[in-house]
Write a protein that binds this ligand. Structure first.
Ligand code: B16
Ligand code: MG
Length: 219
């Protein structure tokens, strides 16, 4: 029986993926990596340093920059990003998500955040959603990021639930892999062809309701 939901943030609760994309694109231009849809998709759900590494490797520069230079590029991206997210308000919650979060909480489900973003607490504050969640996994304390299951295992722990009693909501392929490996039920939001590993799939956040989830799970 499902008793909790583990939410990714970027791309599930708020459309911050577009801000990550814009912020990284400035760095990609600087290092001379051509920006493609495929690259942008691959950055979703991946940690800040892993994202930078993918951008450098995309133009064969994985070993060109020193660790100090890489840290400076990542810091530059985060400054770009924080400028963009400073403007976030409740109006930036993705369609249907405020309703779903409210519905799930009212129905007695426990909610936690499993976002790779170190900016998640700040974003939730801007969106006015902090109080709906029992807790937020601190990604700085993780040994491995998505697709490793650790972040979803830890989110279930925050709820004191076995992962099997939870559903993880994700927009990224790495996140779906992480949910599946954690032993939770994966709910993919986005193109079913991209998120083909997901147990359940919705094209849009607007489609996510308890009733539709129950129908997909055959209950
Ligand atoms: P930050 P999620 C992830 O958030 C983003 O999808 C990913 O693009 C980003 O690099 C990562 O957070 C780290 O974010 O630089 O703010 O620490 O999708 O796991 O909620
Ligand atoms: Mg995401």
């Amino acid at each position: 029986e499902i008793k909790g939901f583990l939410f990714d943030l970027d791309g599930v609760i708020a459309d911050t993926a577009k801000f990550h994309g814009q912020a990284w694109r400035q760095v990609a231009d600087k290092v001379g990596t051509p920006w493609t849809d495929e690259l942008a998709e691959g950055l979703k759900g991946i940690s800040r340093m892993d994202s930078l590494q993918l951008i450098l490797e995309a133009s064969g520069q994985g070993d060109v920059y020193s660790d100090t230079e890489k840290a400076a590029l990542a810091a530059e991206k985060n400054r770009n990003y924080q400028t963009l997210i400073a403007t976030l308000t409740q109006a930036d919650i993705l369609p249907g998500m405020k309703a779903f979060i409210t519905e799930a909480k009212t129905a007695g489900y426990q909610l936690a955040i499993a976002s790779a973003s170190k900016n998640a607490p700040l974003i939730l504050e801007h969106l006015g959603l902090t109080d709906y969640f029992v807790g937020i996994v601190d990604p700085a304390t993780l040994a491995k990021g998505k697709p490793d299951p650790e972040i979803f295992v830890r989110a279930a722990e925050i709820l004191a639930l076995p992962p099997a009693q939870t559903i993880g909501l994700e927009d990224s392929t790495s996140g779906i892999e992480a949910i599946n490996a954690a032993g939770a039920t994966s709910l993919g939001i986005g193109e079913p062809t991209v998120l083909s590993a997901a147990n359940l799939n919705f094209n849009s956040t607007a489609d996510v309701t308890l009733e539709k989830i129950a129908a997909l799970m055959g209950e």
